[in-house]
Design a protein around this ligand. Structure first.
Ligand SMILES: [Zn+2]
Ligand SMILES: [Zn+2]
Length: 249
């Protein structure tokens, strides 16, 4: 193992924060953070699940035989997660970590390919960070339905929220939920679609010659909100290598 000879880059107290065991209220904290940030709560879950996976991999996952085995089965990370790993090394101003990970990966892959013959049709496994994202997302869909059924404070806040991106709405919609929770999800989503549609038309109208002098307002970012709704909210642009503050955890 190339990386077994290398030292971890992070300060010990940062590592301690990263691996701090979550308390019971921690289960729904990412959903609550998403709601407070005005984004799809499940998009927030995706951002955090990705970030924590890549951080943990960067810190110690590469030294874990099972984790590296998953990476070998997948024949590497997908583009999105590989780029998160790259950003950590760029932040640390050394590509040694990532070079070590891929040195180990390629050593294992060479053995795999040496053993492969033309009759073998084994498919690649899913990128392990994508598999982790999917698992955490599924758990949180259940938590979100639970909050919408049992937590009146969350429900009232959700009622006036931006709702969900379409991918995550589809995920929760096909999962289930009580009649009340489904009615609320639908009402919030219908309102969001109508508002964005109105704002898009208003933006286009204000681009016209006759409305050019009218003051600009919320419709100016309607195109951005339309993309967020359809493609999901993007993660914060900050590098995965920069720790979030404690209240963001
Ligand atoms: Zn979403
Ligand atoms: Zn991935």
């Amino acid at each position: 193992m190339v990386l077994a000879r290398l030292f971890g880059r992070r300060h010990a107290d940062e590592q301690e924060q990263l691996f701090k065991a979550p308390g019971s209220s921690a289960l729904t904290r990412w959903l609550r953070q998403g709601l407070e940030q005005g984004i799809c709560p499940l998009c927030r879950v995706v951002h955090k699940a990705d970030r924590e996976y890549i951080w943990q991999f960067s810190e110690e996952g590469w030294a874990n035989a099972d984790t590296m085995g998953e990476l070998v089965q997948a024949r590497g990370f997908c583009q999105e997660h590989a780029q998160m790993l790259v950003r950590i090394d760029v932040q640390a101003k050394s590509m040694l970590g990532i070079a070590g990970v891929y040195a180990d990966l390629f050593e294992a892959l060479l053995e795999r390919f040496d053993a492969l013959d033309e009759r073998d049709r084994t498919a690649n496994a899913l990128c392990p960070a994508c598999a982790n994202r999917e698992q955490v997302l599924r758990q949180n869909v259940g938590y979100l339905l639970g909050l919408l059924e049992d937590d009146s404070t969350f429900t009232e806040r959700f009622r006036t929220s931006t709702g969900l991106c379409f991918a995550h709405f589809g995920m929760i919609w096909t999962t289930g939920g009580s009649t009340g929770a489904r009615a609320l999800l639908l009402a919030v989503q219908r309102r969001a679609i109508a508002v964005t549609g109105d704002q898009l038309r208003e933006f286009i109208r204000k681009e016209g010659v006759e409305a050019r002098d009218e003051p600009k307002a919320g419709e100016q970012l309607a195109w951005k909100r339309a993309i967020e709704r359809t493609a999901g909210w993007p993660a914060q642009p900050a590098s995965a290598g920069v720790p979030e503050t404690s209240d963001q955890r």
